[in-house]
Design a binder for this molecule. Structure first.
Ligand SMILES: O=C(O)[C@H](O)COP(=O)(O)O
Length: 228
């Protein structure tokens, strides 16, 4: 029975400062590093052995994966990084303080931007200096698909092709897979594999640094879900 583990990166420097982050490549905070190591200890305690790891192209997720794997003695396993597991792009909100935005635009508007399934944040244009179009790590992406802002729906639509092409085939081959990613790329995957409605996904949150372990059957149905 394959195991699938999701882990949201540990607390980042911008989580700590309460800033919208999205595709901005911030580091883990000291607490975030500790959370990632603790996740590794829990995975070791649970005796989970991985065959394959996937992560985003953002430092906070990559380092979380590495701390967790190192702590569980599995830093050697194959890993792949993909932009498709990146955090949802927060558009022009990136770098803004969440509390200050709520004071300016109202709690309700900010909640809609953060948790609605299909409302887009204010977009960042491709010529904005913060645009991902200027970032070397996305140079191999068709400029037409470099986002200027994403909602959960758009995030899900770019995460699922990666699930279909890479993650699901690994699981079907009986491999245990760990995915270290982000609050919203993991909410998108959670919505997809648990078949959560557009309305109910608004209430689903991912804690930083907490492994979520799924046992799947050979048709990838969920047999058990446990948070460590
Ligand atoms: O990108 C961000 O700001 C956070 O990592 C996730 O944000 P959220 O809690 O607003 O979804």
């Amino acid at each position: 029975m394959p195991k699938l583990v999701f882990i949201r990166h540990g607390q980042s420097e911008w989580n700590l400062e309460n800033l919208f982050t999205g595709w901005v490549d911030v580091n883990l905070s000291e607490q975030g590093e500790q959370e990632a190591k603790e996740a590794g200890r829990k995975l070791k305690e649970a005796g989970i052995e991985f065959d394959q790891a996937y992560t985003s192209v953002l430092t906070r997720a990559i380092k979380t994966l590495h701390f967790a794997l190192e702590e569980s003695g599995q830093l050697w396993i194959p890993e792949e990084k993909t932009w498709r597991l990146n955090e949802r792009h927060y558009g022009a909100l990136q770098g803004k303080n969440k509390k200050a935005a709520a004071e300016k635009y109202g709690d309700e508007q900010v909640h809609i931007w953060r948790r609605s399934y299909d409302v887009l944040p204010p977009l960042l244009s491709a010529d904005d200096e913060g645009s991902a179009a200027n970032d070397r790590r996305y140079a191999n992406l068709d400029p037409r698909i470099v986002p200027g802002g994403e909602n959960l729906k758009v995030t899900l639509e770019r995460v699922i092709p990666f699930w279909e092409d890479k993650i699901a085939p690994d699981l079907l081959a009986g491999k245990n897979v760990i995915i270290a990613a982000h609050g919203n790329s993991l909410r998108a995957l959670t919505k997809y594999i648990e078949q959560i409605s557009d309305a109910d996904i608004m209430g689903v949150e991912m804690a930083t640094g907490q492994p979520v372990v799924y046992d799947l059957d050979d048709k990838l149905n969920i047999v058990n879900k446990e948070k460590l």
